[in-house]
Design a protein around this ligand. Structure first.
Ligand code: BG6
Ligand code: MG
Length: 219
């Protein structure tokens, strides 16, 4: 029998290529402010909340920013990001995702989203996946962002499963840490494959079988 009965997917960078749009929006903001920012810096923003991402970017700023200025900057970034989301279509769904979702559905594996983003619902709607997940826990529901386990613990509870019955799928080091802290095995994809603690790894969802995901300890 399969050990895993539910899969909790991160959204940005796992289901949809919106991780790139986050980078572009932060890059534009940093440029306007004259703050150095590159793809290496961007790796640290994966999985963490908008305000925490801004704090990381401001580590390289040459002056201090008031709380009010920070709020204005975070709002501006979100406006730039939301503008790019207008172009989102099902073609932004990442490779292998549709087959994996279909495969789990046919095997009665429960599925959830566990995301730090406050934009998760409109993104799911824009790519046509608003009915694909039984449970969606996102940045509008949590107090503490990844690497805190809250988002995954809540999703697991709402699926009615114990932590050991859930597999987390993540592209962020902070998300891998969050899943492990929730007591769940974690499949690291993309940028997170460098994380030494991940239970299993795959470059993307085309590079792993459903059986490997459902029996992570045996692979
Ligand atoms: C995560 C992204 O999914 O959501 C982070 O990996 C982002 O980069 C975070 O900062 C919050 O997103 P939003 O859409 O609420 O600004
Ligand atoms: Mg992600």
């Amino acid at each position: 029998m399969n050990k895993i009965r539910g899969v909790i997917f991160d959204l940005d960078g796992v289901i949809v290529s919106t991780d790139e749009y986050h980078f572009q929006a932060w890059n534009k903001l940093a440029e306007t402010e004259g703050i150095p920012f590159d793809r290496g810096d961007n790796e640290r923003l994966r999985g963490v909340s908008r305000m925490e991402s801004l704090e990381i970017i401001l580590e390289k700023a040459t002056r201090g920013y008031s709380e009010e200025e920070k709020l204005v900057m975070a709002t501006r970034k979100n406006e730039i990001y939301r503008e790019s989301l207008k172009n989102l279509t099902p073609s932004d769904i990442l490779p292998g995702v549709m087959d994996v979702l279909e495969g789990f559905r046919s095997r009665d594996v429960k599925m959830a989203i566990g995301s730090s983003s406050k934009n998760a619902q409109p993104i799911l709607a824009a790519v046509g996946l608003d009915d694909a997940f039984e449970v969606v826990v996102d940045g509008t529901h949590i107090e503490r962002s990844k690497p805190d386990p809250q988002v995954f613990s809540m999703a697991g509870e709402q699926l009615g499963l114990s932590p050991g019955e859930c597999l987390v799928v993540e592209d962020a080091d902070a998300g891998v840490d969050a899943g492990l802290a929730a007591g769940m095995p974690v499949l690291a994809v993309g940028a997170a494959t460098g994380h030494s603690g991940a239970t299993i790894k795959a470059s993307d969802l085309t590079a792993i079988t459903l059986d490997e995901m459902l029996n992570p300890a045996c692979s």
